[in-house]
Design a protein around this ligand. Structure first.
Ligand code: ADP
Ligand code: MG
Length: 157
């Protein structure tokens, strides 16, 4: 067992709330942090990532990297921010080919499941469920390293 605590569950009613939560999360991220975002197309992964970029004061537009696998943005703190979309990657070896130094950067991987595990000691996994009738998004957060006690992490910040 990983020793991780129970997931923290958050309900997000609107796109604005998703963005705002991203800004808050982004402002808390530090070098070495990796965030894995999971959930179907339209779940809000890119919306959340855009907020994270804003919280990090990242330069450039954070957008859905449709044709790119990864995009790197300089941030206010000097730590590079990598936004990765693993949708088109068929194996973790392909991600390895990008030569990203996860320990020396802050990274978000959309469709991270199966790719993000083992890349960094500090991993926050966010699974997003989408209610097609109400637009409500239910986020389940779990982590390791400094995110191991995820409820405490967000409770204290
Ligand atoms: P993904 O990257 O997971 O495919 P996007 O962030 O690109 O998703 O798109 C999410 C879409 O869902 C946007 O068009 C947004 O306006 C819409 N949306 C509706 N309700 C919400 C919500 N509660 N949270 C996030 N996005 C929402
Ligand atoms: Mg996306």
């Amino acid at each position: 067992m990983s020793g991780a605590t129970a997931p923290l569950v958050l309900e997000i009613a609107t796109e604005d709330q998703m963005h705002t939560f991203g800004v808050r999360l982004g402002s808390l991220l530090i070098e070495g942090d990796l965030v894995s975002l999971n959930g179907p197309l339209g779940a809000g992964k890119t919306t959340l990532t855009r907020g994270i970029g804003e919280g990090l004061e990242a330069q450039g537009n954070v957008s859905s990297p449709t044709f790119l696998i990864a995009r790197t943005h300089p941030t206010a703190s000097g730590t590079p921010f990598h936004h990765i979309d693993a949708y088109r990657l068929s194996s973790p070896a392909e991600l390895d080919d990008l030569d990203i130094d996860f320990a020396r950067s802050i990274s978000v991987i959309e469709w991270g499941k199966g790719f993000a595990e083992g890349l960094s000691e500090s991993l926050l996994t966010i699974d997003i469920e989408r209610d097609l009738e109400t637009d409500l998004r239910t986020l389940s957060l779990q982590g390791q390293g400094r995110f191991a006690n995820v409820a405490e992490f967000f409770g204290e910040h």
